[in-house]
Design a protein around this ligand. Sequence first.
Ligand SMILES: [Zn+2]
Length: 467
Amino acid sequence: MVSKELEQKIDAFIAENRENILKDIETLIEIPSVSIDGEAGAPFGEGCKKCLDAALAICERMGMATKNYDYYAGSASIGDKEKEISIMGHLDVVPEGNGWSVDPYKMTVKDGFIYGRGVADDKGPAVLGLYAMKFLKDHNIPLNYTYRLVLGCSEERGMGDVKVVLEREKVPTFMFTPDASFPVINGEKGIMGAEGRFAHDGAHIVDFHGGLVGNMVADRCTVVLKGISKEDLGELCPCKFDVEESAEGLVITAKGKGSHASMPAGSVNAIWMLTDMLSKISALSEAEREACAKAAATLTDYNGVGLGIDCEDEPSGKITHISGVAKMEGNELVLNYNIRYPVTVKGEELTARLESYAQAHGYVGKVLKDSAPSYRSADTAEVKALLSAYNDVTGKNGKAIVIGGGTYARNFPNAVAFGPEFAEMKNPAGEGKGGVHMADECNDIELMMKAVKIYIYALLNLNELAL
Ligand SMILES: [Zn+2]
């Protein structure tokens, strides 16, 4: 429990450092740092290299001990204890994309918000974690652990940075990543990649493709049919399907509604729309209609029923599945599936269920990738320490939650994701903007200062534990 007197010191520290916090975030925002395949000495490109140099210079200015893991990542630490507690954020960002109303690589301050690529994911949050450590250092708090801020350079592109950090540093006793939301994310579902292959005879279907990436519900799907006329289709709602004649044949595109694979509720899969529609076109061959019906059946829900793998558990709720990409190979429709499964479910069991269900239903189902879930019980002292930091500062009664997304935490034996996004943050940027990975990515300055306070409380709470 943080005393009133200590709380006043924390508030004063945050007030004094407010401008510096924003200045340091600005320094990092001004260095575009999308992770790419770089060269020796800059494994994730020059941008990430420059950004890490700038971040480590900020840490050195604060008098922390810094390390550079050959530009895969870097770190800054305080204390000299054997056991370590680490905070891991990342300096790489996703590409800026289109639709910005401000320069993505100049930090803009407007109406209590900051804008720029990385202000929320994850340069801003990394700096907030750094200032929590600075508080402990400036106030000579007796440290029972070494505290290390780790700055990764390739979170957004496969997390190739984590492997190097784990080779060079001992595994932290506990780690949290400020790369998600409050109150605390104590579990991440398993993430499985699978595919279904639906064979037909190619009598009319000459091409079939949908979606862009495996982890987004496909919002477009197109088929090219030879020897089929518009009349064969009957009435198709023009708001859901585009139909065009071309030299290759009749081109039909289904228009659905995308969403991230970890949160498919409310989405409409264009691959499902198109295969379901095609399965009812009597002018197609029987083999084609059957292949489409089987493919469509896998996507009639997004909670595993269509793949024969429905399951749920108490901490994580239901399994989810989506198809993000569809294509044609020879005379086979090939659908990819992105599956997020509950933390207590075993990947091998799910694999067996998926593959045998496919066989029983006349298609080939195969699991291609499996990243096991990660889970820390909400009853552990570490998770409780973080939760009480959040609850003490906000006056709320927040609970630990399990998400379908993946953060750095899943790569460590004892780790969770912790803030700094608040559910109550307003979005001044408008629909489809303002969030992480979006145009006009923004962050609320007042809430960021509150996050620093929560992080300081969290470190003070953790410091009291015998882990
Ligand atoms: Zn991130």
